[in-house]
Design a protein around this ligand. Sequence first.
Ligand code: IVH
Length: 738
Amino acid sequence: MTPGEAQSRIAALRAEIARHDELYHRQSKPEITDFEYDRVKRELADLEVAWPQFASTESPTQKVGDDRVQGFKEVAHRQRMMSLDNTYNEEELRAFHVRLGKLLEAGDQAYTVEPKIDGLAVSLTYEDGRLVRGVTRGDGTKGDDITANLRAIPSLPRELARQGKGAIPKVVEIRGEIYMTQAEFERLNALRVADGDEPYANPRNTAAGTVKLLDLEEVARRRLEIVLYSLGHCEPEVVQSQSELHDQLRAWGLPVVERIWRVRGIDAAWAAIGELDRIRRSFVYGTDGAVIKLDRFEDQRTAGATEKAPRWAIAYKFQAETGRTRLKAITIQVGKTGILSPVAELEPVFLSLSTISRATLHNEEEIRRKDIRVGDLVEIERAGEVIPAVLRSFPEERPQGAKEFDLYAAVGGKCPVCGGKIAKLEVNTESGEGVAWKCQNYDCQAQRVGRMVFFCSRRALAIDGVGDIVAAKLVELDLVRDPPDLYDVPLETLATLNLGTMEEPRIFGEKNATKIVAARETARALPLEKWLYALSIPDVGETTARELGRRHRTLAEVAESKLLQAVLEKARLGEQRELEAPASRKNPAKTDEEKARRKELCARLDADMVALDGGILAGVPSELGPAVAASTLDFLASEPGRRLLAKLRKLGIDPAGTVVEAGIFTGKTFVLTGTLPTLKREEAEQQILVAGGKVSGSVSKKTSYVLAGAEAGSKLEKAQALGVPVIDEAEFRRLLKG
Ligand code: IVH
């Protein structure tokens, strides 16, 4: 591997992990199994060790996944919530033991072995024995305040019972996991299916999604459970070891793990892990591994921690259940953006309590990489009840004549749903990039259905009740072409939709239809950012939609956006600048005269770019880059885009942006430098924007204030040289208050 190759592989892996982190932690909708995820992460970690010049503290290998979402108050943990290193192999576990033995100058140090619960990490704070707060892990330092949702967990005591040997601490952070039992999960899904909604994928994600609901009644309707196993900040200290903690938690009346083993040395730990693996299927929560911890807190303190995880604990993860079966065929699904994705059609096989006949194959590249062919014997895996995945094939047992999979040939060169043209394109969405075949027909039925479902999804307009089945029916009956057509479907038509067959009708019903009608009316008043997101504009994800919504008043204004035009203009100037640079590689200046002329031209281009930056583009974040600008403007000017805008106009839907017309900072430009004591840079920027001000990247005479924190650099010097007022966070807060 060359350094260049290593660097680009590292970048690709980081992007991939970031995408899966977002899916898992924030959206509770993972696409791959934990095992696959860990494998990708391991590859990245290995590369970062081999190529230290490309290591970064920003790498996902150095941070804990962030679960924070909008709508909750952020609260700081008193003690950091860390993640755990994990392994799937016995040797690494033994190496962990040897490492600790050296560190502690021991060899038979005591451990606890306990189940690793597959739920959502949470930290509870009890003050003088009363539950005062519950917070998610967040980024480890700060999490979302979910106290209200936690109060909906009946098995969680609001007060600690006063028994056991230790007194009740003044303040204690108790950590554990929120989960949903299999039985509750099945009960909820039965209800959903009866309502015509898509069933939830698995208990872990349903629990995580429930915790992040803002609707308390809905939270209470779904029964969550909690189990506690670890300590954060505790004053005064009441226990000295993990095994004592377990007993103390139980004495306080808190739900604890059903079994914990206290052992000496690694052989005994290994035996306990084996026993846990044999009994774990009878537990009420999903268990995906064992956590091995040094028992004595004093030993834990000696061992210490890295940035991300303690050195005194490790998770040993059980292999997901795998099975072998035949790959009968590869079919192609078409998503909302027209991307063609391959699906494995399998000889049914029984795995992890259910029969599996389909599995995901992600994309064509992956099929090639894993050399998977129709007719092959394949190994499939199902873990944490996410969509089963095909892990590998067995080329040695391949039937003769099995051909390499060619997606284009498989679909006969056209979209399998609408028969339209397909093209191989760079796909670049908020959630990932790569090369894929795409159906080019915006009016493809599959795309219509996909966009409809997305339009109604929670994160978009939250029109509950329009899942895959309902959306497909509406599109099939040609009641809906573009999502806004939903507004034209009368209540009676919705109520009488038949989601079943002629022989076995399943009527959607008045109650469900009424819910949709109410939700679509509520959605009318949602802000521009939600609508921009809901309309499936290529490249416009949640973040970009939010940034656009803050800077435009109406959809029509976005369609004609001066700001986006300026973003494109700046990119164009930049390109020209590169080409005209006297020492340009492609096009070097030949004579001195030409050099001088081009130098002057470049100076002008630079000045124009600086003017854009200090003017209309001041404070515009990198999310609103040229690619987003081009695709937003192009889409809204295209035939489908204009059609959408016209439909919304006709419906009288005119969502408003969150532009601040006149705030305390209107007309003021800020430059930020250094680290502020409490505010994060984005937070300060946000406050300035909300108050009508602008944020710029460079100091000039026009700068109103430089907001400086610790380790401020050259911007501070420049401000002083130009006589621009320099303020600190405290002064900034005073200004904000007016
Ligand atoms: S101890 C400082 N014990 O697994 C280490 N964690 O993959 C604190 N988890 O973030 C964690 N069961 O959310 C511990 N018995 C257990 C656990 C457990 C599940 C979770 C926890 C942690 C994650 C790491």
